[in-house]
Write a protein of this length. Sequence first.
Length: 402
Amino acid sequence: MTMPQTYLLGWLDSLILTTLNPRKNFVCTITTQELSAISEQILSETLHIQIQLNQYIFLLLKETEIRLQVKKYHSALIILLDNAVEYQKHEVFKKQDLSEVMNTLVNSLEELLAFIESRFLNYLDVDERVPVTYFEILKNEFKQKLDKLKQKLVKVVDNKCITDILLIILYAFIFSKNNSSVTYREVLYRKELINELENFCETPKRVSSFSALDELLIYMNFNSIKYINYFKNSIVRKIDLFNNEAERLKELLFLFKEFNQMYSNENIRFNPKNQNLKTVISDWFVQEIAYLEKKIGQPLVSLKDSEKSLDSPKESSKENKITCLLSADQIGLILRASDESRILNAKSMSAVFKMIVPYLSTPYKSDLSYHSVRSKSYNAEDKDKEIAIETLEKIIKKIRSY
């Protein structure tokens, strides 16, 4: 079934472009009674549009049709909102009754946009730039929410260092002068983060090795460089409380295990240009563990029984190794992708490399370091990626022939 020919925003279009257009003469002739009726009709239309749009979208079968209609209505609402906000600056809308009608209209348009952005987010192009006027409206909305949230957050968290970092970053976005290159992805992330922080301030907190706010920010993949540096420094302060290197290593392993058990939503991220937060911090943990191991001259310290981490496998003899006709970089890419795709299920990505790499060799190298192979998976060249993909395609082709 296709979308009905009726344009659901027809009445709002006419209201904004004609009836309330200050460049036309209609506005000055509207009576108080008519303005009251218009306000009621705006609220009624807002509800009607949400119901109808929801029904129509779910009747469409093709994803391309859904995407087209969602984008069409989203863009149309932004244009109407831009016009309405521009009208508010006109002298005629300084009158109280007209001002109230315009406020009702702007609020309703924002509600419709929020409805589309929450209900049909998957069909929007989130990397598209946000129109400047709409972005200004969103920034005002964010500021009002953040101003209300600020004192609650500081009180609940009771850690000035982390709340300062978080609030400075969020306010910097609000007061940024760079309005022309902000994408919907960036805006929607911050909207969701502020909503999560509001819920965070109202719900009981679970006690663990890390603060409840850390857990929330890790879940939100808050990959800000400032926050990541703060988090790493907080780990260093914890292990520095121990007197000897062996105890520090044991504590670091325990914290790494706890960190790996926390969920991070990798479908979203604060900065789309940076790596995922868990990837960066996990890699840092691995490097710190390797450094302490080398310093004390012994392998990883095991944790007791159910909590013990995976020891490095004993060095395998050359006869017991499998020769892989790929480079260390290409092996690293395939192992990393297998872990992140949940094809290989271990306590951590580090464990995957630790258990597999020592039993592999290449035609050019008999002994591979799992630390080195894992590290190379994050800095692989395009040529290595292409070879890894071609290798997997060969496997697919072979399976299809069975």
